[in-house]
Design a protein around this ligand. Structure first.
Ligand code: TRP
Length: 451
């Protein structure tokens, strides 16, 4: 049911690019990508990753923007509309739903983790120093054991997220990204410079960029592909939703290129900044919560200017997580607003509440409910597994099938408007290479839960 009301459009193509980079640049760039790169092949890994971006990430990014803009609506109605236009079954609407609901599930645990970031930022600003590895471990374990503190920060972060989405596409999402993303880039550059001045940049450079092809296994290649997926926010209707607000005249291919490039660069620069400081203190490279909540607080505590640098670092991570969380909420909020005709603010806060509840359960899964496990995984890990290993690849696969095989060539070309040879290249890669790659990753990662 389309209301015919004029839809918002991003103020410029750079606004779209920045907002979408905001979605793409998130926790994944900071706590996963740098370590993956260094530990799994250095510049050899970077090459493989760029190949994954070129063959899987970029074609899918373009396909999602294409569908969103063609359908000019939330992911569910966009899928329905484009399916109808191409004489395909309305079952394709299910794909839109998979994305919208999957994004909410991700948001439920993403918000809990981002809450930890807010707590650590607060501590960094307050000047709390964590001086020994034991103290760092104890501090983090203390947080995990404290349901009220976890729920408090989860609530704070989710409220920040929903507050932005409630204000609207332009005055909320775009404005917030236009403030946060340049600040994020500035902090990142400052941290790289700082790392060059007081850190061990040489060691960081070797770790990140030495050519170590012997570390490239089949498994590494597949995990690189999985990461490209997550990092570019693919397969969840997020890019579709953002694409639906893109001006008809803006080039989908060029925009996608800049988004993918910036997302990768942020991960590489974050690696140089983080590891030059880490190595200068004789600490080991690591990833995930261990890096951000154990190693780095120690580094900041022992570093000149550590209070300022630590506060800036956590602010950077907060901006990265905040703009990503905003993008995870938007598809569902857009659906509620457009389909149910509810005011955006009501839709956003309602969505927030719907996500808050499972988020609370995630908080409890670390302590009071830690005994409740399925396949040996607590709720947090279950959600991560379900979304990043099942929903994301399946719906990414569906997007590729839809844009590559269901949409007619004319229909797709009419929207994407590339010179014929480039259009063919995109379409053929999407139809064969991307699809094959996703199937491989899906099957492999389903069977191998570890990496
Ligand atoms: N890309 C973000 C990160 O790297 C996470 C994210 C935001 C995401 N939106 C998404 C992942 C949509 C998958 C789908 O942390």
């Amino acid at each position: 049911m389309s209301s015919g009301a004029p839809r918002s459009t991003w103020s410029s193509r750079w606004a779209f690019i920045l907002v979408t980079i905001g979605s793409a640049v998130g926790l994944g760039n900071i706590w996963r990508f740098p370590y993956m790169t260094g530990a799994q092949g250095g510049s050899a890994f970077v090459l493989v990753y760029l190949l994954c971006v070129a063959l899987v990430g970029l074609p899918l990014l373009m396909a999602e923007i294409l569908i969103g803009r063609r359908g000019r609506g939330n992911p569910v109605s966009a899928m329905l509309k484009v399916a109808e236009e191409n004489g395909a079954s309305s079952w394709w609407g299910v794909l839109g739903w998979g994305g919208v609901l999957g994004a909410l599930l991700i948001l439920a645990y993403y918000s809990v983790v981002a809450g930890w970031i807010v707590e650590y930022m607060y501590q960094a600003i307050a000047g709390v120093k964590i001086l020994t590895p034991e103290a760092a471990a104890q501090e983090f374990a203390g947080l995990m054991a404290d349901p009220l503190r976890l729920i408090f920060w989860h609530t704070v972060f989710l409220a920040l997220t929903v507050g932005v989405v409630a204000r609207g596409v332009i005055s909320g999402i775009e404005r917030a990204s236009l403030l946060m993303m340049p600040a994020l880039f500035a902090i990142l550059l400052f941290l790289v410079l700082w790392g060059g001045m007081v850190g061990n940049m040489r060691a960081a450079w070797h770790f990140m960029f030495d050519f170590k092809p012997e570390l490239l296994t089949g498994q590494v290649v597949l995990s690189a592909m999985g990461h490209a997926f997550f990092s570019l926010s693919l397969g969840m209707g997020v890019i579709m939703a953002y694409g639906s607000y893109l001006d008809k005249h803006s080039s989908i291919a060029h925009n996608s290129f800049w988004i993918a490039l910036a997302d990768t660069l942020v991960g590489l620069l974050a690696g140089l900044a983080i590891f030059s400081l880490t190595f200068a203190h004789g600490l080991e490279a690591s990833s995930g919560p261990g890096l951000v909540f154990h190693t780095l607080p120690l580094v900041f505590a022992h570093m000149p200017g550590g209070r300022v640098v630590g506060s800036l670092f956590f602010l950077l991570v907060l901006f990265a997580a905040w703009t990503s969380a905003i993008s995870l909420a938007e598809p569902f909020v857009a659906w509620v607003t457009e389909r149910l005709g509810v005011h955006r603010a009501v839709a956003a806060w309602g969505t927030g509440f719907a996500v808050w509840l499972p988020g609370v359960a995630v908080c409890l899964s670390f302590n009071d409910w830690s005994g409740w496990k399925l396949f040996g995984l607590n709720l947090f890990d279950q959600l991560d597994y379900l979304t990043s290993r099942i929903l994301m690849p399946l719906s990414g696969l569906a997007v590729a099938l839809f844009a590559g095989w269901i949409m007619s060539r004319e229909n797709a070309q009419d929207e994407i408007r590339l010179p014929a040879a480039q259009f063919q290249l995109w379409r053929q890669v999407l139809r064969y290479v991307t699809i094959l790659a996703i199937v491989l990753v899906f099957v492999y990662r389903l069977m191998n839960p570890d990496p």
